[in-house]
Ligand binder design. Structure first.
Ligand code: NAP
Length: 247
């Protein structure tokens, strides 16, 4: 049985490693190719776009894929909708593995917004020194905020011609510790964090540090997901796979 894992997350990499231990199952992980040195998963790997729904459906057919597990980042919404349409077209069973959202605790000072553009609008009124942790693809949404200083963290720097707000770029890859995040917030005199509600442990320490310091967090809510079966952890995804193997 051949499984395509749509990857780009730690969960996808761990899933690929666990699938590699199941006899009779061959896994191929697909990465978008957003970073030049991705952590490489176990098993086969392909990198780069498929060319929309038609391209992905074609790939599923040509590679004789039996099952599709969409373990992409919760904010990588386009590929998830493409996967849903392509799997239907190709007659392939599909599962979404999506880690749970972070939940606001009573000690958190979150301003919840539904888009990166809405986060920028909130900052305009509320903030002077911002820790911007949304990756490198949507920095342009903040580029007009010339009165605010930004510390922008991402795995790789933006393209040299990208529109970027004032401030400095910090290239680093999680997981990040609480000490690391506390030190950043204090050293740079940050007053606001902007984060996507990515969920998971690897980047949660900044939320803990903000809670400790009573700092506000502008939290961007997740986009909608396509219809279909969803699980929130790797064990459940493996159970789905094993069940499919025996039916
Ligand atoms: N993609 C990631 O690995 C990743 C990792 C961390 C965070 N994110 C978050 O997601 C947001 C959107 O990212 P995005 O533009 O990469 O996702 P996206 O908007 O869902 O995808 C855009 C296009 O990239 C290609 N693509 C995405 N994931 C792919 C995969 N696993 N394998 C092959 N092709 C893939 C597809 O191209 P075709 O339609 O041409 O096939 C897709 O239509 C980012 O701003 C960030 O917040 C994404």
């Amino acid at each position: 049985m051949r499984v395509l894992i749509l990857g780009g997350t730690g969960d996808a990499a761990e899933l690929a490693a666990r699938v590699a231990t199941i006899q009779g199952v061959e896994a191929i992980t697909s990465l978008a190719g957003r970073t030049s040195e991705p952590s490489l998963p176990l098993g086969d790997l392909r990198i780069g776009s498929f060319g929309g729904v038609a391209g992905l459906a074609n790939y599923l057919h040509q590679m004789k894929i039996d099952l599709l597990i969409d373990a992409t980042h919760p904010f990588a919404s386009q590929i998830s909708f493409n996967a849903a349409a392509a799997a239907t077209k190709a007659g392939v069973s599909r599962l979404m593995l999506i880690r749970p959202t972070w939940e606001k605790s009573s000690d958190d000072r979150w301003i919840e917004v539904d888009s990166v553009a809405a986060a920028a609008a909130v900052l305009q009124k509320e903030s002077q020194r911002v820790f911007l942790t949304i990756g490198r693809q949507e920095l342009a949404a903040f580029a007009h905020l010339k009165e605010i200083w930004f510390l922008m963290r991402m795995i790789e720097p933006p393209d040299h011609d990208a529109l970027v707000p004032p401030g400095i770029i910090l290239c680093d890859r999680g997981p990040f510790s609480l000490n690391n995040e506390r030190e950043i917030l204090i050293h740079h005199k940050i007053d606001t964090i902007v984060s996507k509600n990515s969920g998971g442990d690897a980047t949660y320490a900044k939320i803990l540090a903000a809670r400790e310091l009573g700092m506000q967090v502008v939290m961007v809510s997740r986009p909608a997901t396509p219809e279909g079966e969803q699980v929130t952890d790797i064990n459940a995804a493996l159970a789905w796979l094993v069940k499919k193997l025996h039916t």
